[in-house]
Design a protein around this ligand. Structure first.
Ligand SMILES: [Zn+2]
Ligand SMILES: [Zn+2]
Length: 824
């Protein structure tokens, strides 16, 4: 018998599959289609991570099984390669990112192929290929034409040392990820995408898809829709400067508008309890309201807060701070004067940048009020709580109850009062019911080199102009210098021969936009390109999109739920609105996998020296071992540490399969063997859909142990069936053994076996339990229950224990299929 030698058989079969083009998906095939998608890798110099292998192996098993079930499977792969990590790497090494990308692709391709993954390589894409990003730019132009891409001045994270703007994900607890300097805020003109226009649909349409529940919840929370009331607090005494609003031509209206603080609350029922209003440091009314004597301290406070990131400002555990402006506004509910404060825990982008402080009924407000000695005014009572005692103990009462100190609403249940006070204020034109979202418009420009140029031309006469479609792509110029400029502008801005161009409308001198897109741009729509990756006339042919979309199953990282997954749903919905996409949602099913940690439980990192390279595992144990191990290592959606011990265990399992198969088969299979293989079949069918890959592999191991103990009862047809079932998980060894058994054709072209549920049904008997020969209990068990299990069951029975009565067990007699007798 030859030894199990994965190093020899794996490359052999990989070549065979490739030569015979096994995994090509066929457009418009008569077979039912199945589009299975994994998140394409973001290229890094370090190559493939074993974390990639985890989801790729598992989903490859799904792809292979679906093909055997008769589906026309699209399982594509490509490269995500624009963006900051690639640029940083280039700056560090001095090698141009284009060179690095090329090299990385070669390496990743070699690695993926060595795992025997069944990708359709004919559809490979690369987000940095001009033929690809032409369409990323085209989508941007469409968004721009529809008013969904616009420029706005917004504060961005600014590293004063690197002299660049940073994305939120590049700011690590207030410091620059690259150099560690304290990050400041700087107002820059940025391109924005109006994802907020789609907020409702992004929530509502989750009903139409089959995502893991936690994924849906995260998206809904991220969008953060809340119903509430916007209430107008009129500023009581404006500054002189505030009243002389030079830009206003009609004096009455703008003054009213500009002297009102609009506050958003979900608890309009507590409006009579307001004892202060707090403005975000960015609020436009601060200048007009701050009193002379408070100017210095307010100015200082604002400067301090500019140094903080929004994350730091709004951290829940952070102590809330603020300063008094010296001015007051009027509570529209009771006409009381309440002080106006500035506090940096209020953010500009939510609720209009102002909050009302109700210390009695909001915990955060209470802490703020107790710190700054603001009055605490109870407006809701509940007989089950002693309000004064709560406040003394530092607890606000946030529950429901009857209104008090609330004018004509006294005695009303607070739940009803929310609605009624809203209506009442609305009638007085001092408030209105409204909806708020936490979701912000998406900052879509970066001042970096390595990204898709934004296809806009600035003309001093005509303004912002689209690059004409026929001139796409706007290619990224190849430059030697891609370092940051230090001015906050993109490195592209210094390439004058590229920047200077003609206006497409008036032909006058004009300049190209020099910002580039963020690294999410290319991944927004890549799964559409797979449907028709070579098309030069459209991002994809609409018939092909119609045939393949939506994606039937998309698996990816949980960390992408609120970024990539949400962004790409938004872009797809936009494309649906302009009739490029033909279904309202892009992905029918979404699952996610957990992270793979190092053996020491830490993140794998070069600096810790604990990185597991998939190449080494393939070299030592083979790809099948790596694949099975990663499916087996733990529940798929949970974070798990690597275990070399576990890898060895899987290798031994495959060795056992190898030996048992080649050892020769029994004449005829016994009934229980037939039942066992059908049970295994069923387990795979169920667990694969439910992403329970670990229990599925465990079932294989269980069967193999059973097989080893009962070799003579396992005939050739059962072994063949076993190999077919194993093929999606361990494609190489099953192919090799299939051929060793003199079977014709590939194991991967076999029909997936159907399990017969009649055969699975266990035949049960009533097992009699005796103690000293007397019947004391009866239990239903499988007809072929093993002796050990029967004993364990018998001893676990309460009745039996009672008759044993703590006495020493002398003997246990087991008569299979009949009885068990315990002698004490
Ligand atoms: Zn820096
Ligand atoms: Zn012009």
């Amino acid at each position: 018998m030859p030894n199990y030698n994965p190093q020899e058989i794996e490359p052999k079969w990989q070549k065979y599959w490739e030569k015979n083009d096994f995994y090509r998906a066929e457009d418009f095939s008569k077979k039912p289609k199945f589009y299975l998608l994994i998140e394409f890798p973001y290229l890094s110099g370090e190559g493939l991570h074993v974390g990639h292998c985890r989801s790729y192996s598992a989903l490859d098993a799904v792809a292979r099984k679906k093909r055997m079930e008769g589906y026309n499977v699209l399982f594509p792969i490509g490269w995500d390669a624009f963006g900051l990590p690639a640029e940083n790497y280039a700056i560090k090494t001095g090698i141009h990112p284009e060179e690095t990308t090329k090299k990385n692709i070669v390496n990743y391709k070699r690695q993926l192929k060595s795992l025997g993954l069944s990708f359709d390589w004919s559809r490979e894409i690369n987000t940095t290929d001009p033929r690809y990003y032409r369409w990323t730019q085209w989508i941007f132009l469409k968004l721009f034409e529809k008013g969904l891409a616009y420029r706005a001045e917004i504060p961005v994270n600014w590293c004063p040392s690197c002299k660049i703007g940073l994305a939120n994900e590049e700011v690590v607890s207030g410091s620059c990820e690259r150099c560690g300097a304290q990050v400041l805020k700087k107002v820059l003109k940025q391109w924005m995408l109006k994802i907020t226009n789609y907020a409702d649909r992004l929530i509502d349409d989750l009903e139409k898809v089959n995502y893991l529940e936690k994924i849906k919840t995260q998206q809904i929370n991220w969008i953060g829709k809340s119903y509430g009331t916007e209430i107008d607090f009129k500023v009581a005494d404006l500054n002189e400067t505030g009243e002389e609003d030079k830009s206003s031509s009609s004096p009455s209206l703008p003054l009213r508008e500009s002297s009102v603080i609009k506050v958003f609350t979900t608890r309009a029922d507590t409006v009579f309890g307001v004892t202060a209003v707090v403005l975000t440091p960015e609020h436009s009314l601060i200048k007009k309201t701050v009193k002379e004597e408070q100017k210095e301290v307010v100015k200082k406070y604002i400067e301090e807060s500019e140094k903080k990131t929004e994350f730091e400002r709004t951290k829940l555990e952070k102590e809330k701070t603020g300063v008094f402006t010296g001015s007051y506004c009027i509570n529209p509910a009771n006409n009381e004067k309440v002080p106006i404060w500035v506090g940096d825990y209020v953010v500009a982008t939510y609720g209009g940048g102002a909050v009302m402080v109700v210390p009695a009924h909001d915990q955060r407000d209470l802490e703020f009020a107790q710190k700054y000695n603001l009055p605490i005014k109870q407006v809701i009572c509940n007989p089950n709580f002693n309000f004064d005692q709560l406040i003394k103990g530092g607890q606000a009462y946030e529950g429901e109850g009857a209104l008090t100190n609330s004018g004509e609403f006294n005695g009303w249940p607070s739940e009803d009062a929310r609605e009624d006070i809203s209506k009442w204020l609305e009638k007085k034109k001092l408030g209105r019911k409204t909806v708020q979202y936490k979701l912000r418009d998406w900052v879509f420009s970066r001042q970096h080199y390595w990204g898709e140029p934004i296809p806009i031309i600035h003309c001093s006469k005509c303004g912002q102009m689209s690059v004409p479609e026929k001139d796409l792509p706007v290619e990224l110029p190849y430059v030697e210098k891609y370092q940051p400029t230090g001015t906050g502008e993109s490195p592209l801005s210094v390439i004058t021969e590229w920047v200077n161009t003609k206006c497409p409308k008036c032909s006058g001198l004009a300049k190209r936009e020099t910002d580039t897109m963020p690294n999410w741009a290319g991944s927004n729509w890549y799964y559409m390109r797979y449907c028709d990756s070579q098309n030069d006339k459209a991002l994809a042919d609409s018939k092909k999109l119609k045939y393949w979309l939506p994606v039937d199953w998309y698996n990816g990282g949980m960390e992408h739920t609120t970024l990539h997954l949400l962004y790409s749903r938004f872009v797809y919905k936009f494309l649906y609105d302009i009739k490029v996409a033909l279904t309202p949602e892009p992905y029918q099913k979404r699952t996610s996998h957990g992270i793979v940690l190092a053996e020491d439980g830490r993140k794998m990192s070069k600096s810790f020296g604990n990185v597991i390279n998939p190449d080494d595992i393939v070299k030592s144990y083979g790809a099948d071992t790596l694949r099975i191990y990663e499916m087996f290592m733990g529940p798929f959606d949970q974070t798990i540490s690597w275990s070399t011990q576990g890898v060895r265990g899987v290798y031994r399992f495959l060795e056992k399969v190898w030996k048992l198969t080649l050892n020769g088969a029994g004449e005829k299979s016994s009934e229980r063997v037939i039942r066992a293989i059908h049970k295994l079949n069923k387990k795979i069918d169920e667990d694969l859909e439910a992403i329970k890959f670990n229990t599925l592999i465990a079932a294989f191991m269980e069967f193999t142990n059973f097989w080893q103990e009962n070799k003579k009862e396992v005939s050739k047809d059962i072994i063949e069936r076993f190999l077919i079932l194993l093929a999606p998980m361990a494609p190489h060894i099953s192919e090799e053994l299939w051929h060793q058994l003199n079977q014709k054709g590939s194991v991967h072209n076999q029909k997936w076996p159907k399990c017969d549920s009649k055969l699975i049904k266990e035949k049960t008997i009533t097992l009699i339990i005796q103690v000293n020969g007397k019947v004391r209990d009866k239990i239903e068990v499988e007809v072929d229950i093993p002796e050990e299990e029967a004993k364990k069951l018998a001893f676990s029975r309460e009745k039996v224990q009672k008759w044993i009565g703590g006495k020493e067990v002398k003997k246990v007699i087991f008569v299979p299929g009949k009885l068990i007798n315990i002698v004490v």
